[in-house]
Write a protein that binds this ligand. Structure first.
Ligand SMILES: Nc1ncnc2c1ncn2[C@@H]1O[C@H](COP(=O)(O)OP(=O)(O)OP(=O)(O)O)[C@@H](O)[C@H]1O
Length: 306
């Protein structure tokens, strides 16, 4: 049987007496991308630093593919993109990537080929000879992700890969991750819950150093009711709720935020509730922005009653 990708038991970490991680335990054995979320200061970067072997394990245990973080056996199998990853302004992108490839033991020619391969994977093959100052912020971020792809690692830890990026570049990074999964497992720390909701089936939630895990899209499948999230353009909320309540099968509607509604319905009564809702919107000449199955990740994490 294969060893789990990550196994973490009773891990705690303190900075000079200040608790950053408190007795956390989790196991990752799925190749699907895993989200790591939590408010500022929750302990996400600390956890990633321990997984990378940058910080020591002082209490509890952690293994990646059955090895201690930072073990030489993990070289080439695990890589990371730190939150503040920088490119060296003095060297071209191709030179820097080839340098990191050489550190992994490739010869000069193999390293050059590897630099081209990873740049192509992030849709940046034209910048091989450019220096970092010729790249936009989004391109530079993708170039640092290219660095994390060197040697085709099985596990890549990404700390805030889309922070500060526009929607186009955010989408490009999502595509890169989706294309490389599941042959590569990504752990993605991010405050962008919409992005994580699109990519991840499993989410690790850290709050003040305490962890809980959440498996997305599983409980709903087993449940007699499901959820739809509906975003309307400006609309009379009270009218919308009153009209929807008349649709057979709808058990509950909440106006989760301005122009957004979470609708819970019984699948046995109306399996195609999305069509019913769209017909109701059309009959009333309302306009909607987006209808999606399930709740948003934000709603699941922070506003679902347990
Ligand atoms: N080098 C350090 N020295 C002392 N305390 C630290 C250090 N690094 C982090 N901390 C503290 O540890 C806790 C966890 O910080 P960490 O950076 O891991 O959180 P985070 O979830 O990554 O936050 P953010 O989302 O803001 O990046 C915080 O209370 C922080 O102040």
């Amino acid at each position: 049987m294969n060893s789990p990708i990550i196994e973490c038991h009773n891990l705690s970490y303190n900075y000079s007496g200040k608790t950053a991680l408190s007795n956390i335990s989790f196991v990752c054995d799925s190749a699907e991308p895993i989200g790591l979320v939590g408010p500022n200061g929750a302990g996400k970067s600390t956890l990633l630093s321990i997984l990378c072997g940058f910080l020591p394990i002082t209490s509890g245990s952690v293994t990646l593919f059955n090895h201690q973080p930072g073990a030489s056996a993990l070289s080439g199998r695990v890589s990371a993109l730190p939150q503040d990853a920088q490119l060296d302004p003095a060297f071209s992108i191709g030179e820097q990537l080839a340098f990191y490839a050489r550190l992994q033991g490739l010869n000069k020619q193999q390293a050059r080929r590897e630099a081209s391969r990873v740049l192509e994977a992030v849709a940046l093959k034209d910048v091989l000879k450019e220096k970092p100052n010729a790249l936009s912020h989004g391109m530079a971020k993708r170039a640092t992700i290219a660095q994390a792809l060197i040697g085709k690692p099985e596990l890549i830890l990404l700390d805030e890969p889309t922070a500060g990026l526009d929607p186009v570049n955010t989408r490009k990074i999502r595509t890169i991750i989706a294309d490389l999964s599941p042959s590569t497992t990504f752990i993605i720390s991010s405050h962008d819950l919409a992005e994580l909701g699109r990519l991840c089936q499993q989410v690790l939630l850290l709050d003040k150093g305490i962890m809980s895990t959440m498996q997305l899209n599983t409980t709903e499948n087993d449940s007699p009711t499901r959820f739809i999230t509906l975003q309307m353009l400006s609309c009379p909320a009270a009218d919308v709720m009153a009209k929807f309540k008349q649709i057979a099968g709808i058990v509950q509607i909440s106006n989760s935020q301005k122009n957004e509604f979470i609708i819970e319905y019984k699948t046995a009564i109306e399996p195609k509730m999305d069509l019913k809702i769209l017909m109701c919107i059309s009959d009333n000449n309302w306009q909607y922005r987006q209808l999606s199955q399930g709740k948003t990740l934000e709603e699941k994490l922070f506003f679902t009653e347990s």
